[in-house]
Design a protein around this ligand. Structure first.
Ligand code: NAD
Length: 402
């Protein structure tokens, strides 16, 4: 995923006539904070990397994972700068992490570790400086502890130092739905731009989790002529020529059941690999990175691929499929609803307001539709694919802000 991002940054930079020095400078972070955090017993390596803040405060998640290392955090921070710029958010890019397996900690150790992270970093973060959020293995509960620690240390009661908080602690309505809903908004806008928005079409979705479920519900409303015919979770998939009901698919997840164990008269069981090969118009990837790769890229039959997960199509597969005419709607655009919700949470905290879900989701829709307009315009004008255009749009905005 990171290799892919670096390649697309380089392609876009060359398109913008950036010199090698400018590219090198862009790939270098403003500040690298490396420190140790304690859970009360053991210590762990921790990082906060602030990549670029020319568009606004550094913004990006904090992950807790044993494999976290400086290079990965730095690459992810760079990608956040690009992602925030493509959607024109007033944020720069940052990322943080602790090399820990949180599943091995007790609740009180986890709380101590989270609070210690803030104690060590307090001077370098703030609502106008660096705004963090949850990421892999971190959640609203952890962010609430961190925000509380920051408030105790600084007296700042705005809670705008981090987003992804619980609703009771200043979190935003609509955050859980934002990524999936936003993905459907992006898809519908791309179909409109390509003149395909009124056609009867079919789609298959891999991953019926938080993102996939909210995508399906929004898609059903926005694009009723696009029929869901296959869906899969990690246990396997279901397919039906008559169409699958989003409500029924979501129910399997809500009841904590597996797709493999679901039976009905009109559906057949398929594997995840078969789902990726389904003869559908649109393939929605909402599970994992790297699922379309050199081993299966030749089997893809969809005309559109929507990347809701991060990096689900490898670089080699992307270039192969794009050459064949497949339209890949890139992750930095397709799943940007989540970070846009973060912006809206930050704005609500700063204004001392709390907006209803509809207000939040319609603001997200506006940001995303504007971003799609800009990216598709750049793609057409420069005769490049949507992924190259998304990076081009972002880097162009960053050049203008220089
Ligand atoms: P989730 O854990 O709620 O759901 C993941 C889904 O993928 C589940 O249905 C699971 O069964 C399925 N899955 C897992 N392994 C699989 C496999 N090997 N084959 C097929 N399916 C598999 O996660 P989520 O929050 O819905 O996120 C989905 C993806 O979107 C992740 O890659 C995540 O990084 C990315 N993403 C999420 C957000 C967000 O706001 N939640 C934002 C940006 C990107």
């Amino acid at each position: 995923m990171l290799e892919t991002a670096q390649e697309f940054i380089t392609r876009a930079a060359k398109d913008l006539d950036w010199t090698d020095d400018m590219i090198k400078k862009f790939l270098t972070a403003d500040h690298i904070h490396t420190f140790e955090v304690s859970d009360g017993n053991k210590t762990y390596s921790a990082f906060r990397i602030q990549h670029d803040n020319r568009r606004g405060p550094y913004k990006g998640g904090i992950r807790f994972h044993p494999e976290v290392d400086k290079d990965e955090v730095q690459a992810l921070a760079t990608l956040m700068t690009v992602k925030n710029a493509v959607t024109a958010l007033p944020f720069g890019g940052g990322k943080g992490g602790v090399a820990v397996n949180p599943k091995e900690l007790t609740e009180s150790e986890l709380e101590e570790l989270s609070r210690d992270f803030v104690r060590k970093l307090q001077k370098h973060i703030g609502p106008d400086t660096d705004v963090a959020a949850p990421d892999v293995n971190t959640n609203a509960k952890i962010i609430d502890w961190m925000v509380d620690e920051y408030e105790q240390l600084t007296g700042d009661i705005s809670r705008a130092v981090m987003t992804g908080k619980s609703i009771a602690n200043g979190g935003s309505e609509g955050r859980a739905a934002a990524t999936g809903y936003g993905g459907a908004d992006v898809l519908s806008e791309v179909l409109k731009q390509k003149g395909d928005d009124k056609k009867d079409m079919t789609y298959a979705i891999q991953g019926v989790g938080n993102v996939g479920t909210h995508f399906m519900f929004r898609e059903e409303k926005l694009l009723p002529q696009v029929l869901l015919v296959a869906a899969a979770d990690s246990s396997g998939g279901l397919s039906s020529g008559f169409g699958l009901s989003a409500t029924e698919m979501a129910k399997i997840r809500q009841q904590e059941k597996k797709f493999r164990d679901y039976d009905s008269q009109d559906t057949i069981h398929i594997t995840n690999e078969e789902l990726l090969r389904e003869e559908v118009d649109i393939l929605v990837l909402a599970a994992l990175g790297g699922v379309i790769n050199k081993d299966n890229m030749k089997d893809v039959r969809a005309k559109y691929i929507l990347e809701l997960a991060n990096g689900p199509v490898t670089l080699e597969a992307h270039d192969y499929l794009t050459k064949k005419g497949v339209i890949i709607i890139p992750d930095i655009l397709a799943n940007a609803g989540g970070v846009t919700a973060s912006l809206l949470e930050w704005q609500q905290n700063r204004a001392g307001e709390h907006w209803d879900e509809q207000t939040v989701l319609s603001k997200i829709e506006t940001y995303l539709r504007d971003a799609v307009d800009q990216v598709t315009t750049d793609a057409t004008n420069r005769d490049i694919c949507l992924k190259e255009a998304a990076f081009y749009t972002a880097l162009k905005r960053l050049s203008e802000d220089n």
